[in-house]
Design a binder for this molecule. Structure first.
Ligand code: NAD
Ligand code: MG
Length: 384
């Protein structure tokens, strides 16, 4: 049986992993929409290879280049935020939401409102608009499948169990490339060093988030929305090998964990085939070769991001959206050489100390909180 699929953020790391899975089973999938921010030539090549119905660039200035690259083909070209949301609502059976940042929120909502299945990789949308997004999923009868490896692991470990029986949920964190660095070393960490993740090959923003541990902070908030067992039942443990992707402990003392190679194609495949399973050609887990798996408490003195995320979740309201926006601005500043590595979390901390906007109740209000927080974080960055 053929199913239709749209990929938002098709030119990124998650997009590439998803397309790789589709490539190995072309007959099973009918590709509807592929989108990117710009990267017009790359997007056009993918749209042609996969016979997509439509390719959309969010940045409208890239549309002429996309049109030219698609001329003479049957793929339609689109550009701009409105076209992106229309592509997200293209009626696909499965929509893979893999845009990075809060920019992914409006397209995810458009996909949710058509009531299909959404494989959600974009974590910032859930962090900024958790309640609104989860309520919309219920209202429109959509199916939300967590694609982030930890949340996908938890989802698998929870299958068939009642949340009331859960004693705790533990998110594992690799600890990133600076796990053993001192504060002085962290203050001097460069862009190149931060972009070298020991286990995962990912986009630039999430790679820096892994180095600061904000990735785990955002994932804590993500888990809080996806698996409502209460913040006090959510734990974080550092596990440098990234083999155990997360765990669920039940009240009888059983702990279920999901293990696998550090390859995003595994959780993506689990979403694409859900509730069935599909083949992947990922390297199988070789436990004797790995030998040892280790686990450590996170150090929130050197890596305050997870503490900030817990603080934002406890504060609720607009705090998670402010935190995520401030972090996006600070990470971009660090990548552009404007900010020291340790200042990324410092800016987020300062933003949470300021007076917070009122709790947003609609997606538009979340986007307004995001825009205002970005502006204020941008001003802080200028003076940092
Ligand atoms: P990436 O930077 O490799 O790709 C991002 C994609 O989004 C690209 O296609 C890009 O063109 C598009 N994009 C960027 N800005 C945009 C904008 N303003 N409007 C529209 N499109 C835009 O990122 P990634 O690593 O693939 O991550 C994507 C999302 O998935 C992130 O939220 C990330 O946290 C999450 N995630 C990624 C991984 C991973 O292994 N890469 C794992 C778990 C979760
Ligand atoms: Mg993750």
């Amino acid at each position: 049986m053929t199913r239709s699929i749209s990929i938002l953020g098709a030119t990124g790391s998650i997009g590439a992993s998803t397309l790789d899975l589709i490539r190995s089973d072309r007959e099973a999938w009918d590709v509807k929409a592929l989108t990117a921010n710009c990267s017009a030539k790359e997007l056009a090549a993918l749209a042609i290879e996969f016979g997509a119905e439509i390719a959309v660039v969010c940045d409208e200035t890239c549309l002429p280049e996309l049109r030219e690259a698609l001329s003479g083909t049957s793929v339609k070209a689109g550009g701009g935020a409105q076209a992106l949301c229309e592509a997200a609502a293209s009626g696909a059976d499965v929509t893979v939401a893999a845009i990075v940042g809060c920019a992914g929120l409006a397209p995810v909502m458009a996909a949710v409102e058509q009531g299909g299945t959404i494989a959600l990789a974009n974590k910032e949308a859930l962090v900024s608009a958790g309640d609104i997004l989860i309520q919309a999923v219920k209202r429109y009868g959509a199916t939300l499948l967590p694609t982030d490896s930890e949340h996908n692991a938890i989802f698998q470990c929870l299958a068939g169990n009642d949340l009331a029986n859960v004693r705790s949920i533990t998110l594992t964190a690799s600890g990133g490339p600076f796990r053993e660095w001192s504060h002085e070393q962290l203050a001097r960490a460069t862009r190149e060093q931060a972009l070298k993740h020991p286990n995962w090959d990912m986009g630039a923003k999430i790679t820096v988030d892994s180095a600061t541990m904000m990735n785990k902070g955002l994932e804590l908030i993500e888990a809080w929305h996806l698996f409502p067992v209460g913040l006090d039942r959510l734990r974080i443990v550092v596990h440098p090998q990234s083999v155990v992707h997360s765990m669920v402990e039940y009240r009888d003392g059983s702990t279920l964990a999901q293990l696998g190679p550090s390859d995003m194609r595994v959780p993506i495949a689990s979403c694409l085939a859900w509730p069935d399973r599909m083949d992947t050609n990922c390297e199988p887990l070789d436990l004797p070769r790995l030998g040892t798996l280790s686990f450590f408490e996170p150090d929130e003195e050197r890596f305050p991001a997870t503490r900030l995320a817990r603080q934002a979740a406890e504060a609720g309201g607009s705090a998670p959206a402010v935190l995520s926006a401030a972090n996006e601005v600070a990470v971009a500043g660090f990548l552009e050489g404007q900010l020291a590595f340790t200042e990324i979390s410092a800016i987020s901390a300062r933003m949470l100390e300021q007076e917070l906007p009122l709790a947003p109740t609609t997606m538009e209000e979340v986007l307004a909180v995001d825009a205002e927080a970005r502006q204020r974080a941008g001003e802080m960055l200028e003076t940092a």
